[in-house]
Write a protein that binds this ligand. Structure first.
Ligand SMILES: [Zn+2]
Length: 216
């Protein structure tokens, strides 16, 4: 049973890489972002809190993140390993997490701030069906219109340079001490996330001595 933590700033393809790993290694992909999105979509109390925080360009508070993760991990039956994304976020959480779970490795996806900005500011969202687009990696067939429903493509409220700068600064301030803690345990693999998705995935597996991705 494998247990991994994956770290990477938004735009680094963290969710995509975690899903690819989870897919054929039978890992549970525990994504704090996905849990929050579900809550927003279903208009829960947690969802309302998350929405307010994100609109202000801030990160969701530690207490909320911790309670959500605790609940999710307690629901897990542990016959399978997991790859967790979006947690831990503070030094205290990291220490607790490493003591409670026998983590096999930490995957750190590295992307320069400039490339993060380029990728994040190219994101678009269908105003009708919610489908995600990216003007660099996933262009719509017709400019400004959704391939699926024809709806107008818009930018997320928090994908503007000011909110992004705030998130970048917060990410670096939070992440540096975490990487230090993980590195003391000597199982951090840092991968250049500026490469194509398949290359990044292959490098992650090679670094962790995992089998290559199943063909097809
Ligand atoms: Zn659409």
């Amino acid at each position: 049973m494998h247990k991994y933590i994956i770290m990477g700033i938004q735009g680094s393809g963290k969710g995509t890489q975690a899903k690819l790993l989870a897919e054929d290694l039978e890992l549970e992909h525990v994504s704090v972002g996905d849990i929050f999105r579900w809550n927003v979509q279903h208009h829960t109390k947690i969802g309302a809190q998350v929405k307010r925080t994100m609109a202000a360009g801030r990160l969701v508070g530690d207490e909320l993140v911790e309670s959500v993760v605790r609940e999710r991990l307690a629901a897990h039956d542990w016959n399978f390993g997991f790859i967790i994304d979006g947690f831990p976020r503070t030094a205290r959480q990291a220490q607790f997490f490493l003591e409670s779970y026998d983590i096999d490795g930490v995957i750190n996806l590295h992307l320069d701030d400039e490339e993060v900005s380029r990728r994040v500011l190219a994101r678009r969202l269908c105003s009708q069906c919610g489908m995600d687009y990216n003007l660099i990696a996933h262009r719509p067939e017709h400019e400004g219109a959704c391939d699926v429903c024809g709806g107008a493509l818009v930018t997320r409220a928090d994908d503007n340079p000011e909110a992004l700068a705030t998130r970048l600064a917060a990410y670096h301030a939070e992440t540096r001490p975490l990487i230090d803690i993980f590195q003391h345990k000597e199982f951090v693999v840092t991968i250049d996330a500026g490469q194509p998705v398949d290359v990044v995935q292959a490098e992650i597996r090679k670094s962790l001595a995992l089998p290559a991705r199943a063909a097809g």
